[in-house]
Each structure stands twice: as structure tokens, then as C-alpha cells.
Design a protein around this ligand. Sequence first.
Ligand code: AHR
Length: 493
Amino acid sequence: MVIDKEFRIATIDDRIYGSFIEHLGRAVYGGIYEPGHPEADELGFRKDVISLVKELQVPILRYPGGNMVSAYNWEDGVGPREQRPRRLELAWRTIETNEIGTNEFMDWTKRVNAEVMMAVNLGTRGIDEARNFIEYCNHPSGTYWSDLRRSHGYEAPHKIKTWCLGNEMDGPWQIGQKTAEEYGKLAAETGKAMKQVDPSIDLVACGSSGSGMPTFPQWEATTLEHTYDVADYISLHQYFGNRDNDSANFLANGLEMEQFIKTVISTCDFIKAKKRSKKTMNLSFDEWNVWFHSNDADAKIEPWSIAPPQLEDNYNFEDALLVGSMLMTLLRHSDRVKIACMAQLVNVIAPIMTENGGKAWKQTIFYPYQHVSTYGRGVSLKPVVSSPVYDTKDFTDVPYLDTAIVFNEEKEELTIFALNRHLEESLDLSCDVRSFEGYQIVEHIVMENENLKAVNSLGDERVAPHNKGVSSINNGVIETLLTKASWNVIRLA
Ligand code: AHR
């Protein structure tokens, strides 16, 4: 591999390390919020969860859904708690108590130093509710909705910058599913009204809910025909699972994610050309992760309970490897992907788990997310890579070496993220970094495990990184050993 200071992809937008909290399962109730818990603060937020979220340095949080937002009345979640209605939550078939709503969530995000990416309901609702909601959140004072917020104890506007125009509106599971034509028109008009209220906001239009959708990528093209001028980003969602227990194939899914990003970029640029527009549409990869372990358990959950344990995937070691690969894919496309959200953050397909009344703990996927969020700030560099390849059921020519490079100019740090996809053999990596004169190896962090299926649990976090990786540098060339099926972070300064 050759890495050079001048081979720049882009300055990374920190918001690609975002995450997502939906009113789903135990994400909010029993996750971030549990009044009466020994770790609860004066507002009922769990301090143990806050400190784990801070370890991840999450810059932006998508809220309140997800599928849930498509039948959500934001008004239910503001004002005096005792007057808030309990509602049937149709997406996940639970009961929503509305104990937590917009204002409380804003309070929580201040505690974890994150900004909010707020979604409006374009399933059952539309322009009118969205314009009222943004007036409630962002208008300073002197109008019905802004003064209502002030009467609820929030004198200063929340100044929420980023807004999602609905969620996965192409999905048949969505309450209020729409055709691309219907959605495009509604999103454009809603966005127009929202920007009239607050022209400083950024808007994310819904792309397809996955690259496997039959309407992909025509959905993007039609939606963008309508929304190109008013929207600032188009969303991408993607989840992977190792359902056939084919690990070599599973670990190659970064290639699928890469193709997805490239296709969406091409579609955006096609519409740009058609419209003779000077504006370049950027991408918000606002749901991504591994999700499949909990599918069977979820099918057995009785409807209409409060905060049941839904989507509680227990992640294994190979899931952590793929999560590392997905993060590197985002880095390699940081010229167009400006926002991304690991879905989700606490208890629901999450890096952080809690016991109700008990402790919080880290899943395997916590670590690659933490590494890339911590050391992946700066400029993404394009490495020149030569790697042996393999074929799988779904992919050909999969490089064993998957990598992304970040140069933090301010701190004068260079970080090599690298995955060895080979399940049986180590990779000897030789890496020319001669343009980084005088740089020495600071540490080589490794996640490895004999058992691809090893998981963490409360009190037994056996899948964790160490920093005893083997790397040396001589005359500007790094020699390093990437052990079989391993995630590596090689840091130089
Ligand atoms: O993150 C879980 C769900 O996945 C979200 O609610 C939805 O947007 C997607 O289908």
C-alpha cells in the first residue's frame, strides 16, 4: 500500500459518526431514560449510558424515528407530562407513553454533546404539522407555537439545523407509504414551508430504504426531480445479516455498500445535469448496521406493551469486523457522504446495552465505532492498494485487505484502519508512508478472536481490543502483520 499526503479524498465531516435514537423497544425507556435507576440524574437520564455515549463522541443524533415517526404526533410529547396521551405506536405495535418528547430529548443531547437531526412525519401528516413543529422548535418568540414552547419552560429556541423529510417512505411497512411521485411532491412542498419558517435549516429527502428495494434507484431519481432545489441531502439506509452463516461472504458486504453509494451519487449527478443545476447533492447515510440476530425473537413479542426488548441484537465478533468495514466505506466516500448514523445507539441494534435497573455494557461493535469516531477526524486519504482477492457467493474479486486512511493535520497524526478479511491466514502488509517524514508508530490496536461468533454480555465483555499489534517503521515504510480476521488501527505521529 502507498499512502501520500497529497492523495486527498476530502475533509471528513464529523457528522458521519452520528447515531440514532428511535422511540422503539428499550432505546428511550430503560435505555437513555430510567427514572429511579441508581444512575439516574435529576431528569431521569442514566449517567452510566451518558458516559458510554460520550466515549463514542457521537456528533449528531437522528430522532424520533425511524418507522415510528410516520404516525407520530409531535404535540403528544410536549407540555405537562401528566397531560400527555398514551398512544398505540403503530410501527412497532407498542404503547408510547410520551413521557419523553422533543424538549426532553434536546436536554439529553446536551448531556452527550450531540446535535439533533429531527424527523417530521410525512406518513400520516404533512406540510401543516411540519411547519408548526419547526416554528415550535426554532422560532424565537412572539407566535403561537414559539410561545407555547416558552410556556413549556424552553425560553430559547432549540435551533435544530438538520431535518429529515419523513422516513423510508417507499417501504410497504411504512404507515402512509407513498409512490416516489407522491412523496417527491409532498417532500418538496413541506421542505419549502419549513425553509420559509427557518431558512438556515438543512433538509434530508428520503432515498430508498435499501439498495434491494425493487424501486431503487428510480425512487431516488423521481424524488430528486421534485426535491433537488429544496433538499440538501438524500438518505441511504442499509442493514446486513449473516443469515446463511457464510462469513467470507458476510465480510464482503462493504462492496455492496460501496456500490450503493456510487449508484446514489450517479443518480444525484444525473438529476443535477438534467436540471442544469450548480448545486451538488450530498448523501446522508442515516441508517446503517448489522441487523438480523433478533428477528425471530421479535416475531414472538406480544403487541401493546411498553418498551419491550425489541431489536436487541447481541453482536458477535464478525459483526464488529463488518461494522469496521462499513465505517471505512463511509470514510472512502467522505467527499459526498456528509452525514451518517449508526442505527441505533442504545439497546435497539445498538453498541450500548443496558439492564433495566442494572448496569450498562459494551457490545462488540462498540469498539470499531469508537476507534473510527476517535481517530477518524481530519482528511480522508486515498491509499493505493494491491491486495490478493477472493470470490464468494455474492461477490468476486474481494480484496482481503480493506482499508481507509485518515490524516489529522492539526494533531499531525496519521491513522491506518485495516481489516484482514482472510478467515485463516495473516496478511503481511507493507505500507509506504514516505511523505510523512519523521512519523513513528504510536500504537497498533487490534481486535481479534479465535471465535467469529464470540459475543459480549453483561459482566463478560470478552470481545475487546488490545494494543499489542505488531508494526514497525523503517525509512518511511511500515511493515505490519494483520492477523487472520482482524480489525486494526495503526496510529502514527
Ligand atoms: O432502525 C430500525 C428501523 O429500520 C427504522 O425504524 C427504520 O427506518 C428501518 O427500517
